[in-house]
Design a protein around this ligand. Structure first.
Ligand code: PMP
Length: 420
């Protein structure tokens, strides 16, 4: 057997002293380091947010991709436009119309997943020390990006209905008073990652008004918007305000994340900068995967496919909520998502979900501790549970095991307090 360690290169001496200052913000997220453990087959992973591709007809995808190469290989395997494939940009406008957005394909910039759009926006807007406002809690991948550009991330209260308007007003006042610059408000209005909550239409309007008045851009990140289980989500915030909102979309959850196609819809003054910034990191998004998505949207019943995904996730959401009711002890509370992938659980404050994790792993279940979703160390008594991937049976099994881990931890803690 080959000893792979033989081929490891040794780092030059004091390499980290030569890194740029921003490299200190480049640390593996808590989720990434969890993946290795959580992906062991005996563990029920409620940790990762990987879309469930079991509902995607793979033979159809294989046929579509084969045909694409056979008929348009010269173009699909060639470099393309930095802004993205023109036909796909038109089709993206049709997709966005489902959420009330009227847009011009010229204002769409295709990216390698919406994660790249987050990176580009950060690169364009953030100077070290600038403030970025986010929900409390917020998407771990966005927090990582903002941190790498040395932003100060400030969390704003979130309740069952999303970001709280008065808390936003208060946060803006406090930050401005301290003389710091706020660059943008980053929001996930639909089935938020990690809290699963939905921002209702009236709050969307109120948040937009506050931000317009205060001259703060809104970055609306919307990968889950079409995954509503009972009813469609309210219109996108971008539908109401085309000047002050940068909208991010993605095909990762409605088609497949491996294709790595997302987009930004931005006011004209910003679009050119996005394209130039993107060209400097990737030259152009993949023509191949953009054209695959384009022919999928043109020739396949993609709306029905989204309905099929929704059905699959709804069954899993129901299994998770039912088993939480059944197996979680009194004192725990959780959100009731109407779409998307995630449930957010709050435990009594004396429970440390990160410290509890090894016990959960022994009980063969994994989750993401709440601190991953805060830039400031909060969230220690919360956790994110995702229901997107395991079967409903496995979800029930996982929640049952986790429920007894939580119960034991609560008993141990209250016992400890009583002894003191
Ligand atoms: N934003 C949010 C809120 C997400 O949950 C994710 C993926 N989990 C992304 C952006 C990035 O998605 P992608 O790059 O695959 O489009």
């Amino acid at each position: 057997m080959t000893d792979v360690t033989r081929f490891h290169t040794h780092a030059p001496e004091n390499l980290d002293e030569r890194f740029a200052r921003r490299a200190s913000g480049m640390q593996a997220s808590e989720i990434r380091s969890l993946f290795a453990v959580a992906s062991r087959p005996e563990i029920v992973s409620l940790a990762g947010g990987m879309p469930n591709l079991s509902a995607l007809p793979m033979e159809m995808m294989a046929g579509l991709i084969g045909k694409l190469i056979a008929e348009h290989g010269q173009e699909a395997l060639q470099y393309g436009s930095g802004q993205g494939h023109p036909k796909l940009r038109e089709q993206i406008c049709d997709v966005m119309a489902l959420e009330g957005i009227r847009a011009n394909p010229d204002d769409v910039v295709v990216t390698t997943g919406s994660q790249q759009a987050l990176d580009l926006i950060s690169r364009i807007f953030i100077d070290p020390g600038d403030v970025v406002l986010v929900e409390a809690p917020s998407y771990v991948g966005a927090l990582g990006t903002f941190k790498q550009y040395e932003a100060q991330v400030v969390h704003v209260e979130l309740d069952q209905d999303g970001i709280v308007s008065d808390s936003l007003r208060e946060a803006i006042k406090t930050i401005r008073f301290s003389g710091r610059k706020i660059k943008f408000l980053y929001l996930i209005p639909n089935y938020q990652n990690p809290a699963g909550v939905l921002l209702p239409a009236d709050r969307r309007t109120e948040i937009l008004e506050i931000c317009r008045k205060e001259k703060i851009m809104v970055v609306e990140d919307n990968p889950y918007g079409l995954l509503g289980f009972e009813r469609p989500s309210p219109n996108a915030m971008r539908a109401e305000d085309s000047e002050n909102v940068i909208y991010l979309g993605s095909f990762s959850k409605t088609i497949a994340p491996g294709l790595r196609v997302g987009w930004a819809l931005a006011p004209a003054a910003l679009r050119e900068k996005l394209v130039i910034a993107s060209e400097s990191s990737i030259l152009c998004p993949s023509n191949f995967t953009q054209m695959a998505i384009s022919s999928y949207l043109a020739d396949q019943p993609w709306r029905n496919q989204i309905t099929a995904f929704c059905k699959l996730y709804k069954v899993r959401r129901d299994a998770m909520l039912e088993s939480l009711d059944q197996y979680f002890p009194k004192g725990a509370t959780w959100t009731k998502p109407q779409g998307g992938f995630y449930v957010w659980v709050n435990l009594p404050p004396e429970i440390d979900t990160k410290a509890m994790m090894p016990k959960a792993i022994v009980a063969k279940v994994a989750y993401v501790p709440g601190t991953a979703f805060y830039a400031d160390g909060l969230g220690s008594w919360s956790m994110r549970l995702s229901y997107c991937h395991p079967t409903p049976e496995r979800i029930r099994e996982g929640i049952k095991s986790l429920g007894s881990v939580v119960e034991q931890e609560m008993e141990r803690r209250s016992g400890g307090i009583a002894l003191n």
